[in-house]
Design a protein around this ligand. Sequence first.
Ligand code: BES
Ligand code: MN
Ligand code: ZN
Length: 492
Amino acid sequence: MKIDVQATSPLKHPCPALIIGCFEDAADELFSACDIALGGCLSRLAASKEFSGKANSSRLIHTLGKLPAERLLLVGLGKKAELDDERLRQAAGNAVQALRAARVASFATALHLAGKTENALEAVCEGTLLGSYSFDQYKTKEQEDRFSFAGLTLLLPKGLTKKEAAARVERTALLCQGVSLARDLVSHPGNVATTGYLADTAHKLAARHTLTCEILELDELERLGMNALIAVGKGSLEPPRLIVLEYHGAGDKERPVVLVGKGITFDSGGISIKPGAGMEEMKTDMAGSAAVLGAMEAAAGLRLPVNLVGIIPTAENMPDGKAYKPGDVLTSLSGTTIEITNTDAEGRLVLCDALHFAQRYKPAAMIDLATLTGACVVALGHEASGLMGNDQRLVNALKKAGESCGERVWELPLWDSYGEAMKSDIADLKNAGSRDGGSITAGWFLKQFVGTTRWAHLDIAGTAWSDKSRPCSPKGATGVGVRLLIEYLRGR
Ligand code: BES
Ligand code: MN
Ligand code: ZN
């Protein structure tokens, strides 16, 4: 979608549709001016309770020549005192989804003019771009019905130069490009988004932004002894790989932030095979790796002043004569031995080798993202990602980032006593305990491989995919993690 900023007044701006914000309990200047121009139509809609300005509501009306805009999309902002950036983002996302439903391809927005916060323009731009996302690459029929947005005009707010506003819009678009990349990767089916596809994506990303990219292939993984990662990939014809991307945005002496993303391109469960119903959703088991790639894309595009390393252990978890199996004992890269009690607990295996490997970068902080446990979905549903870590400052910084960007996280405890469930009779650890506290025991397992590095783990099993449309995230892949990571990096 083409985006531009224009300095016209909303009352004088000709366009197919103009979006304006409406409060439940107050009429601002723009609302009143539109109401007068339309002969009291807006107050009548309010009086009859057809449109009351409640958050998450919208109403499209035709202006019949009474305003230069052909249509007005009224968007509820709720109570005036409660307005914040997240409310604005969601209103903008709802608005653009309403315009898609009405098939209005180009429009102007004045929503941010109702906002009083410093970042109102960014919030509205972000919500609009995120809400306008769609993925239809695999649809070949009904081409003529296909809809795509053509252009968005943001009307210039008071107190900002056009140049400054355009720069803010550009930064927001770069962030949203990272989110879109992550969503696309998760949306692609498992037969397309293979381990090789993730490696190609990383290569292309590196070429776009002059990052360094290294792919460790199977022979190299064997030489290093990444046997946990290798074991998970053994049942598949797609070889496992370790993808390493480096972005240098700060001085050579500055220690990097390392991002690690689970990249299981399809999780059948392996020999401990999953039930068939809903198994197709397991194409999303590489959402952690998608978040890392999306965050690298955005960080490099935005030229953030940090050093970043993105590490992606990727494999396909399949049953086969060569597959790893329950009872097997693996020697992981760190030397720690692991008894396999469930081949469906594969995420922690590919991550444990990646987390150990990551320590060679002497990270200032390390954050992993993984669709790790069904237990996390049971605990938090689809509203928040699970958060654990060994460093309260890092955990708190991620909580703060989540609060301000709208990607919610919720901390779970990681007490040592949870480790009892992961002790094996034959090896140092087993890879799966009982179902009780499943997200935490998985987190505890990962913790055994991070050494003294400041580390946090995000379980995104419940948040990477949404079965329902949300304001800033149409049904499907959410791209969760990208905005959270960028917000965290900006706050450092
Ligand atoms: N990829 C799954 C977790 C998952 C579940 C992600 C639902 C998204 C939605 C993971 O590899 C898995 O299978 N975990 C097992 C662990 C168990 C065997 C200890 C689980 O959660 O059941
Ligand atoms: Mn699994
Ligand atoms: Zn998995």
